[in-house]
Design a protein around this ligand. Structure first.
Ligand SMILES: Nc1ncnc2c1ncn2[C@@H]1O[C@H](COP(=O)(O)OP(=O)(O)O)[C@@H](O)[C@H]1O
Ligand SMILES: Nc1ccn([C@H]2C[C@H](O)[C@@H](COP(=O)(O)OP(=O)(O)O)O2)c(=O)n1
Length: 228
């Protein structure tokens, strides 16, 4: 709560992989001077930690213990570069961004107890003057009372092309066809799981970003916040 007892505002931005959530959330949080929660990084960090520990990702009890005990912190760089994600003391920022880790995150995210284990940590990011929360269930589960709810989407082809360009620029060996397959498999798993499936929250503004430049999407989202 703020001093005036008004709840701290939350802008929930949900959507499938490659829809632009990370890019738009970071830019909007910077423009508003609000905090940022990259909830996907938490699921990726748990997937990474479990894989590193040699845990079978279908072993729900072991993965849940891993989610409960893994120490995840975000470290912002002074030069404004990519926020570092520290997992059990190790800078895992680059490792967690691979598609392999994305698939591991999607698999462990379907375990209800893993989601419960990460719930309070996500809620703790809600601090004045406001929070931009990026994920799959920000508006539907974690911040059901979010002040603003946005669902970003784009065609699977466009999302795969964006991811291809992004990973190529990082020097990773990827093919467009395998990325498209991985994105479609992840969409399917995230949208059909029993707990917190990917779907627009009731009343969310749905923005299809196919063919819309980043600057235009940012402007549209900021209009929602400014005009309430
Ligand atoms: N509207 C857009 N038009 C073109 N490229 C975009 C757009 N939004 C995001 N991108 C690019 O697509 C890639 C994936 O975006 P990202 O923000 O990581 O998506 P998400 O967090 O939803 O997976 C990034 O390289 C980003 O720069
Ligand atoms: N709030 C969230 C965020 C991510 N997840 C899961 C499902 C996603 O496929 C993975 C990875 O999420 P992330 O947002 O980092 O992935 P993208 O950047 O959209 O490719 O984690 C989730 O279940 N709930």
């Amino acid at each position: 709560m703020t001093k005036s007892d008004k709840p701290v505002p939350v802008l929930a931005i949900d959507g499938p992989s490659g829809s632009g959530k990370g890019t738009i959330s970071r830019a909007v949080a910077d423009a508003l001077g609000w905090h940022l929660l990259d909830s996907g990084a938490l699921y990726r960090a748990v997937g990474y930690a479990a894989s590193m520990a040699g845990i079978d990702l279908s072993d729900s009890a072991a993965v849940t213990r891993c989610a409960e005990t893994t120490k995840i912190t975000f470290r912002d760089l002074k030069d404004g570069g990519e926020t570092r994600v520290i997992v059990n003391g190790h800078d895992a920022t680059d490792e967690i961004r691979t598609e392999t880790c994305g698939a591991a995150a999607s698999a462990i995210a379907a375990i209800p107890a893993v989601r419960t284990a990460l719930f309070d940590k996500q809620r703790s990011f809600r601090k004045a003057p406001g929070l931009v929360a990026d994920g799959r269930d920000m508006g539907t589960v974690v911040f059901t009372d979010a002040t603003y709810k946005i669902f970003l989407t784009a065609s699977a082809d466009e999302r795969a092309r964006r991811r291809y360009k992004q990973l190529k620029e990082k020097g990773l060996a990827v093919t467009l066809s395998s990325l498209l397959r991985e994105i479609e498999a992840r969409d399917e798993r995230d949208a059909t799981r029993k707990v917190a499936p990917l779907r627009p929250a009731a009343g969310a503004l749905i923005i299809d970003t196919t063919g819309i430049p980043v600057a235009e999407v940012i402007a549209r989202v900021l209009t929602v916040v400014h005009t309430g």
